[in-house]
Structure formats: structure tokens, C-alpha cells
Write a new protein. Structure first.
Length: 224
């Protein structure tokens, strides 16, 4: 299990991100229960539908969303896409967000902050972990997708860079930037340095795995 050093400092908060060793969290319900039990979180976890969009809704309305906000445990499934876990210890609100490239481009990280604010959170009290995801080192894209990101976020080499005869996007950095633009303090954001593609022995990777070996990790967050 992977955890954020930043979120671990918040009293009574439970969170975690599974690894390949824990099994396919999306389809193996036995493995999922074992992982949930290992971190001591309530098994009644709400998950968004995950349609590669940018909608963040309440835990009561998961349909059509890629992120959920609430005071009960929430989670997401990923395998290269960016997992974002948020917590506000003041209001006891948490959020779990699945940020694929489409959701990232559409500003799902900002939508998560807006959703948390709608429940009473102040941006000054929100802590965020951007969990393990595919790094710019491995996330090569076609010129068309690169152009859409440059149009949205400017000609920033940290967003799009050219290496080994192809364009690469840093989805983790883009989501980090969106969180800063939403008012989250930089010291309240923890970004995992792991690349799910480079480290496919530790993580499932949509790009690196075969049909036979593919699975999905799970990120969960809630309160004791």
C-alpha cells in the first residue's frame, strides 16, 4: 500500500492506494475487501461511475461523475490516470477524483475544489494527494492532443515536452497547477513521484500491461 506523508499527518484520516501485489481492485472483490480491511476503513465506500469526464458530485450521486465529495468514505480506480485524494479536517469532508487526460484538460481538479467548497470547505483547509500515475517520461501523445493542452494551459515545457521523437504530457503537473489556481496552498499538496508505467512491476499500467495482466489500483479516503 502507498500512502501520502502529508495526509498521514492529519488526525483520524484514513487513506491508501493499492499496488499490483494487492490484486485487481476493480474486478476482484475478495482482494478489494482484503485491502479495505487492511487499512481499517469502512467497507461502505462510494465510487464515481468514471466515464473519463470532469464531473465531481456528491457521494449520493455517483452516476456520470469521475469524482465524489462527501463525509463518508470515497474511492476511485486507476491504472495510469491521475488519482487525486482530498481532505478537509475542519469540515471532515473528503474527495476522490479520477483524472484522465480528458478530465484533466476539462479541469476536474478545479471542479473538485469547487465541490468541496460547496460543502463548506475553505481552500486554506484542504489537503491534497496526487497519487501514483503515468509520468511525462512515458506518456507520449500525438500532436493533436498536445496542441489541445498547449491551447488550454499555454506553451509550458512542464505541461508538454518533446523527447525521443514524440510529445509527452505531464498530467500530474497539470493537475497540480489547477489546484494552485483554485487556491490550494502549495504546502498542502503532495505529488507522488512514482510512474505507473516505469514501475509496472509495482503498479498496473494501461499502457504497459497486456490484456492478460491488466488490472486497476484503488485509492480510498475517509475518516475513523
Amino acid at each position: 500500500m502507498i500512502q501520502s506523508a502529508l495526509l498521514k499527518r492529519i488526525p483520524h484520516l484514513i487513506h491508501g492506494f493499492s499496488t499490483r501485489a494487492a490484486g485487481n481492485m476493480k474486478k476482484d472483490l475478495v482482494a478489494r475487501k482484503k485491502f479495505i480491511d487492511s487499512i481499517g476503513i469502512d467497507e461502505d465506500i462510494s465510487f464515481p461511475e468514471q466515464i473519463h469526464g470532469a464531473v465531481v458530485s456528491t457521494a449520493r450521486e455517483p452516476k456520470g461523475s469521475d469524482g465524489l465529495v462527501g463525509r463518508s468514505p470515497v474511492g476511485i480506480f486507476t491504472a495510469d490516470c491521475v488519482p487525486i485524494l482530498c481532505a478537509d479536517p475542519t469540515t471532515k469532508t473528503v474527495a476522490a477524483v479520477h483524472a484522465g487526460w480528458r478530465g484533466t484538460l476539462a479541469g476536474i481538479a478545479k471542479n473538485a475544489v469547487v465541490a468541496m467548497k460547496s460543502t463548506g470547505s475553505d481552500t486554506a483547509n484542504i489537503f491534497v494527494w496526487i497519487g501514483p500515475h503515468i509520468g511525462a517520461c512515458c506518456y507520449s501523445v500525438d500532436p493533436g492532443r498536445k496542441s489541445r493542452f498547449v491551447e488550454a494551459f499555454g506553451d509550458d515545457v512542464r505541461v508538454a515536452s518533446f523527447a525521443e521523437n514524440s510529445w509527452h504530457l505531464d498530467l500530474g503537473y497539470v493537475n497540480y497547477r489547477l489546484l494552485l489556481e483554485s487556491g490550494i496552498k502549495p504546502e498542502h499538496i503532495d505529488v507522488a513521484l512514482s510512474c505507473t508505467s516505469c514501475q509496472h512491476d509495482e503498479f498496473f499500467s494501461y499502457r504497459k500491461d497486456t490484456k492478460e495482466t491488466f488490472g486497476e489500483m484503488m485509492g480510498v479516503i475517509g475518516w475513523k
